[in-house]
Design a protein around this ligand. Structure first.
Ligand code: SF4
Length: 451
């Protein structure tokens, strides 16, 4: 930990906080745990940043655009006087870890910089800033230390995230995550099961297991033996009250047959799996150091669909990687048409300083990249529309999450295949799994009636 920048002292003891999250589900999980921690430390959460004593920013470093957003947000709040002279800004998430001391050099008014591994120290870092008036930067800790000290989780609604591992030890050449979240470490099995049990006790029905690469989970079992991800899935599914399991993210490199068998055996595993492919070109995949070929990927999907014919596959695709030629892009389109992905994410390659790919010459101009992205997204949209229309007339088991935002007389629920379903129903259904017949499609939202 390093202390820099002398500031005036703050007299407040606790007070209020507001939290803003950018990025992936791991960040959402971290933010939820920070909420519990701040409340346990005597802080009150505000839904708006105005009047908050502490504004906590959980940031994403995966693309430059996401990084820019947070600095623009701070600028904008200053301009609107939402950030006052005595507002404490606590800057966390992956950008906190990536830029660390650079952040306070760039903006000396930022009080605390923390990272994904030091979320559990936040109240004491804030106290330190209050009592010394000096900015505090603390981004290093053992991967699993935070799980031993964070308070028990609060109410989460019918679905809850559970992080099963921290960090990533892969070396995808474009990715900043191993730098920001550190090397991979898996939580012990019993810790995960205890967290699941706690959620079930609070009425949670759906458990969403999280990790940068869940397939490479290798946690310690009670007997001191290493437990693989497939075994963890059976253990979580065996807990009474767990009605649905999701997991994110799965690297194709380690999507092994034992995991596919668990998906076949366990109907509680949701029929939607997200498997980032990134490119359909073997040359680009090798340049990205993804350690699989497009045919390896096709084979995983073939086995998955054999095991669970109803499964929908979504993915992440990067276009315009520096070595991607027109022929490589066509290979990606060929893979998209072969696999027929459901709702997926696609982006133009974003240079991340410090990664291997940042050193590559990039001959592909921005317009070409935009054009490729347009073609890809158009096709992905068509495929997702086909799936949506194909669901009309089907019956879906949906977990009711709350009221629809657009029409409060309707309930909003999530089907096993991850589609949002709206239907008319009573408030008492919130938190339960019910059957809904799908009658129509609005965008990618399904509309139906309870049966
Ligand atoms: S698997 Fe690759 S893309 Fe995913 S977090 Fe690890 S390094 Fe990044």
């Amino acid at each position: 930990m390093e202390i820099i920048n002398i500031k005036p002292k703050f007299n407040l003891q606790n007070g209020s906080f507001h939290i803003v999250v950018w990025g992936c589900q791991m960040n959402v999980y971290d933010a939820d745990r920070i909420r519990d921690l701040m409340r346990a430390s005597g802080y009150v959460e505000l839904n708006e940043p105005n009047n908050a004593d502490v504004i906590i920013l959980i940031t994403c470093a995966v693309r430059a655009k996401a990084e820019d957003k947070v600095f623009n947000q701070i600028k904008n709040w200053r301009h609107l006087k939402i950030i006052r002279d005595d507002t404490i800004i606590a800057f966390g998430g992956c950008v906190g870890s990536e830029l660390a001391h650079e952040i306070v050099k760039f903006d000396p008014s930022i009080g605390v910089v923390f990272g994904p591994r030091t979320t559990h120290r936040l109240p004491s870092l804030i106290s330190q800033y209050r009592s010394t008036g000096q900015s505090v930067v603390d981004v290093s800790a053992d991967a699993l230390e935070k799980f031993d000290t964070l308070p028990e989780q609060g109410l989460r609604g019918p679905s809850a995230f559970v992080t099963i591992m921290e960090g990533c030890s892969n070396k995808c050449t474009y990715c900043i995550v191993p730098h920001t979240r550190g090397q991979e470490d898996s939580r012990p099995v019993q810790d995960i099961l205890d967290e699941v049990l706690n959620h079930i006790g609070h009425g949670v029905k759906e458990i969403h297991l999280l990790g940068q690469n869940v397939n490479s989970y290798r946690g310690l079992g009670e007997d001191g033996q290493i437990v693989r991800f497939s075994t963890l899935l059976y253990e979580v599914a065996a807990i009474p009250g767990v009605e649905r399991i999701r997991f994110t993210t799965s690297n194709p490199m380690e999507f092994t047959d034992d995991i596919i068998k668990a998906i076949e055996d366990l109907p509680t595993i949701a029929s939607a799996i997200h498997i980032p492919v990134q490119s359909g070109s073997d040359k680009v995949l090798a340049d990205m150091q993804r350690n699989y070929t497009s045919d390896d990927y096709r084979e995983i999907i073939r086995k998955l669909r054999l095991a669970r014919p109803d499964i929908l596959i979504s993915t992440d695709i990067i276009v315009g990687f520096p070595t991607e030629t027109e022929a490589d892009f066509e290979e990606t389109m060929r893979l998209v048409n072969d696999v027929k992905f459901d709702l997926s994410f696609s982006f133009i390659y974003s240079v991340r300083p410090g990664t291997e790919a940042a050193l590559l010459q990039d001959p592909v101009d921005q317009n070409t990249k935009k054009q490729r992205l347009y073609i890809l997204q158009k096709r992905l949209e068509e495929l997702a529309n086909e799936y949506s229309k194909g669901l009309i007339g089907s019956t879906q088991e949906v977990l009711v999450e709350g009221f629809s935002k657009k029409d409060k007389s309707e309930l909003k629920a999530r089907a096993s295949n991850n589609r949002i379903v709206v239907f008319e129903g009573d408030e008492c259904l919130i938190g339960n799994i019910v059957k809904v017949k799908i009658n129509s499609v609005l965008g990618h939202t399904l509309k139906g009636e309870m049966i």
